[in-house]
Design a protein around this ligand. Structure first.
Ligand code: 26M
Length: 839
């Protein structure tokens, strides 16, 4: 059929077929008749990209013509996943490409899975950035993302079959040509490290920074199409490379190794994404990444602003910069440096510009996750920036009283030394540390958390003194959101089609206004609709079952209840609670007589998630890999137990990714979001599961609370202690511990069973079990019984299938609030003050 296309035989979309074939021949330089699925993917992608480029150009031209205020989303992570299917959907050409490809002898489905995920992120924070780009373009807002073009994304996870240990392998996602990026080899900036900062004017505080190492930042642009609009925004990713190819002097002197050393160190900056979320700071290379990226991005924004020929004092009227967590906080300092040292703006004026430009989102309240950089390291790598940080803190010679931060604090709260030290940007100690969160708060116009409860905790626990100092209005909440394009239409096309048919409104209307899903409520009691809704869920479960069978070679019963927990492994997310619950269920079923067993609800439990690589030579810094081992080994035992395996089975799916989530989420009956209350800032997969008609088992935490508010308490399965209790319980654990046997005999029995060795391990699990028996920081012992009760309620509810389907429909129908379109509108109106640009 490729030959037919070459002869010009008409297909349903002859233009498209021609363009695909053309790309095979010219861009790929391959012969069309022996092209494989991967080649067909590449050609289709290049063909789609042609359309994106046209739209991207018109959009950027219009932005230049109209000079609207722009917003920039600075994020070290963009967890994009695959692009082709999203581009096809957003451009409205999915059916055309599908039919053209099939006329060429290919199936779109097979083509789509050829693409590697762009996995430039760890988890929630990075995926949120990707959803926000989709929504910004869809809302026709002039928003650009800025990030790093890591050569290696998040590591690939392998699970060793014999003992369940996690192995990490690099993610060489750029080994093949990436059709979604446009290299801009002409858009470059020099970024300096090390060197000397010479103050040359004590009166103004200005300085020159010279010497050290200079590295080049090269731009790669990723096109971000909006859904149902021509507007196509930009995600600009920086790659580092040496300013000069190599050191010619050493080369000529015969020292070839030395001559490439500095060029290697330049290229190293963007070589790999740091795979920790929530912890592990202090690495010089990570700080280099942060500065390299913020410096290049700001230089780029400034160059664009200068084209407008407006006075620099109006910078904040044309630019809003959103800081995705504290990772880009150096941008505050860098903009001060540019304004004061290069643009010769007086200090106070510069500070006014800066504090009107930046906005800061906090994504976690875990104390170990709050970034700090040591003063000596900063002084070494970024001497001028350290000066500026100290000047922001206090510099009597150069700052007038109004912006003298500590002095104004002292004036407001005279004599309160403790408050002063809490508010300070510098933490005393050996060495001294710069508290990046405090700097981000001080340097930003507004600060927000990512769900109601979290934003409350940000104000009450994290920054109470700043709230007192600045007043409440500087602090706000923007509850996270998810894009319904990827997380419903693309990953669950059957459900999307059923919704469109039922609502009797066009897909492109409700996908842009997710509140329209409420229209489904009118059909909750329609038994034919219920049956079709259930059939879609079942079909998605079959799809997952097939996937698992191909991957692990094990058959799954799709009529069982599918129970899913997929997220990064972390103590606070309590995967351990889940696996201990599974063991409890196993022991229970095992203790039943064969005829009694027939009454239990059949269940398949799925886990997936990566653990931060934690093993150093000297110690295992966390017990998370042990949790994976426990899950894998429990799975081995219970899946092989003929007494129980028709009723309960368990899988750990390796190498969790955006693409895997797209298969798992539509297939869930329940999903678990069971963090210790007050620890999960929001969670976003909870929204994705509910949008796809899965019910939620969760704690009263993060966005779970707002989901329950929308769908009603009787449609979620809540359990566990509330946020205010947690502190007291921890105090109790430390000073008045109660043995597990007393607190929860059921849990004690489970722990002892694991210790007894029936899941193997030869005692390896003891350190993990002991964190529950003693200390129990994440209060598993306090929540276990109530967790088990919640799961019993699930069994009960699932037994009445009609009621269950109604819950599922009601849940999905009430997810309007959680569209990232709503979240982005919040940011646009309440924070950035930007407006949409019509082409
Ligand atoms: C730290 C050091 C080195 C490398 C990476 C990090 C790091 C990476 C990610 C630190 C924190 C990171 O993210 C925190 C995070 O992902 N928070 C999550 O943000 C989501 C989006 O707002 C929320 O839904 C989750 O609840 C929250 O945990």
């Amino acid at each position: 059929s490729w030959k037919a296309a070459l002869r010009g035989v008409t297909t349903e979309s002859p233009e498209i077929s021609k363009s695909i074939v053309n790309h095979v021949q010219t861009s790929l330089a391959r012969a069309p008749y022996n092209i494989d699925d991967f080649g067909a993917y590449q050609a289709a992608a290049l063909s789609v990209r042609d359309n994106l480029i046209v739209n991207w150009n018109s959009t950027q031209l219009e932005y230049s013509r109209k000079s609207p205020k722009r917003a920039y989303y600075l994020s070290l992570e963009f967890l994009m996943g695959r692009t082709l299917s999203n581009a096809l959907l957003n451009l409205g050409v999915l059916d055309n490409y599908s039919s053209s490809l099939s006329s060429l002898g290919f199936s779109l489905e097979d083509i789509l899975v050829q693409e590697r995920d762009a996995a430039l992120g760890n988890g929630g924070l990075g995926r949120l950035a990707a959803c926000y780009l989709d929504s910004s373009a869809t809302q026709e807002l002039p928003v650009w993302g800025y990030g790093l073009r890591y050569k290696y994304g998040i590591f690939q996870q392998l699970i060793k079959a014999d003992d369940g240990t996690q192995l990490e392998a690099p993610d060489p996602w750029l080994d093949h040509q990436n059709p979604w990026e446009l290299p801009r080899l002409d858009v470059t900036y020099e970024v300096r490290f090390y060197g000397n900062a010479q103050r040359w004017d004590e009166g103004t505080g200005r300085a020159t920074w010279s010497g050290g190492q200079e590295v080049l930042a090269v731009a790669y642009d990723v096109m971000i199409p909006g859904y149902g609009t021509k507007n196509t925004n930009n995600l600009r990713l920086w790659e580092s490379k040496p300013k000069r190819g190599f050191d010619l002097q050493s080369f000529n002197a015969g020292n070839y190794e030395r001559s490439v050393e500095s060029s290697n160190s330049a290229a190293a900056i963007t070589s790999v994404l740091y795979p920790n979320d929530h912890t592990s700071f202090g690495k010089e290379l990570r700080l280099k990444q942060q500065y390299f990226w913020t410096a290049a991005s700001l230089a780029d924004m400034l160059r664009r602003f200068k084209h407008l020929e407006k006075p620099i004092s109006q910078f904040a009227e044309y630019n809003a910069i959103q800081l995705n967590d504290t990772h880009p906080t150096l941008a505050i300092v860098e903009l001060m440096r540019i304004l004061v040292d290069e643009e010769e703006v007086p200090w106070d004026g510069a500070w006014t510009i800066v504090t009107n430009t930046f906005f800061f989102t906090n994504h976690t309240v875990l104390p170990e996750a709050l970034e700090k950089w040591s003063v000596p390291l900063l002084e070494h790598l970024l001497p001028r920036h350290l000066q500026i940080i100290f000047d922001i803190v206090s510099h009597p010679a150069i700052i007038r009283e109004s912006s003298l931060f500590l002095q104004s604090v002292e004036k407001k709260f005279p004599g309160d030394r403790e408050k002063l030290s809490r508010l300070s940007l510098i933490e005393e100690g050996f060495p001294k540390q710069v508290r990046m969160a405090n700097l981000a708060v001080v340097g930003s116009r507004r600060v927000n958390g990512v769900a109601e409860l979290h934003s409350d905790l940000v104000q009450k626990n994290l920054f109470p003194d700043f709230v007192e100092f600045y007043g409440k209005s500087k602090f706000g909440n923007v509850t996270n959101g998810i894009t319904p394009r990827r997380w419903l239409d693309q990953c669950n096309p059957s459900l999307s089609a059923l919704i469109t048919e039922t609502l009797k409104i066009e897909r492109n209307v409700w996908l842009k206004d997710l509140y329209k899903l409420e229209g489904l409520l009118a059909h909750v009691n329609d038994s034919e609709f219920q049956a079709r809704w259930a059939a879609v869920k079942h079909q998605n479960k079959e799809r997952l079952a097939l996937f698992v069978e191909r991957q692990l070679g094990i058959k799954i019963d799709a009529s069982a209840l599918f129970d899913v927990q997929i997220k990064r492994l972390h103590e606070y997310k309590r995967q351990t609670l889940n696996i201990l619950g599974v063991i409890h269920r196993y022991l229970l079923i095992k203790s039943l007589k064969p005829e009694e067993r027939k009454k239990v609800v059949k269940k398949v439990v799925f886990f997936a998630g990566k653990a931060a690589p934690a093993c150093t030579l000297f110690k295992m810094s966390t017990l998370l890999p042990l949790t994976i081992r426990l899950i894998v080994n429990v799975a081995r035992v219970i899946n092989a137990d003929p007494d129980t395996n028709q009723y309960l089975s368990l899988f750990f799916l390796p190498d969790y990714s955006v693409s895997l989530a797209e298969i798992l989420i539509p297939a869930s009956d329940i999903s678990q979001h069971i963090s210790t209350a007050g620890t999960e800032a929001s969670g976003t997969s909870n929204m994705k599961f509910c949008l796809n008609g899965g019910l939620l088992v969760g704690t009263v935490d993060g966005a779970n609370i707002e989901i329950a508010e929308e769908v009603g308490e009787d449609n979620v399965f809540f359990f566990g202690h509330l946020t205010p209790d947690v502190e007291d319980l921890r105090y109790q654990h430390t000073y008045h511990p109660i043995p597990v046997e007393e607190k929860s005999p059921a849990l004690a029995h489970v722990l002892n069973t694991v210790s007894s060795g029936i899941f193997g391990g030869d005692g390896v699990y003891e350190p993990l079990l002991n964190t529950v028996r003693q200390g129990d920081f994440y209060i598993l012992t306090d929540d276990f019984d109530s967790y088990i009760r919640a799961l019993e309620m699930v069994d009960e509810a699932y037994s009445d299938r009609t009621e269950w389907i109604k819950k599922s429909i009601r849940t999905s129908a009430k997810m309007g609030k959680f569209s990232s379109d709503r979240a982005i509108q919040d940011y646009a109106q309440e924070y950035w003050n930007i407006e949409s640009v019509k082409l």
